[in-house]
Design a protein. Structure first.
Length: 70
């Protein structure tokens, strides 16, 4: 008996998918991907970029930052 406390497990978030190459994390690596991949908001929606694509396109990513970042 739970004593009136709702012990329902929260719904698992879907695994991220790289917006550049379409890759997903390896099985069981979703939590790690959320820490090592880049997350952004484009047109009001969340987008993810895998570590490999982030490294490959770093200069392009930096070029899109507002000058106030520098």
């Amino acid at each position: 008996m739970s004593g009136g406390v709702d012990e329902a497990m929260p719904a698992a978030e879907p695994a991220p998918v790289c917006a550049t190459c379409g890759a997903g994390p390896a099985a069981g690596e979703t939590a790690t991907a959320r820490l090592t991949w880049s997350r952004g908001i484009e047109n009001g929606r969340e987008v993810w970029t895998c570590a490999a694509c982030s490294r490959r396109h770093l200069r392009s990513i930096e070029g899109k930052l507002d000058p106030t970042w520098w």
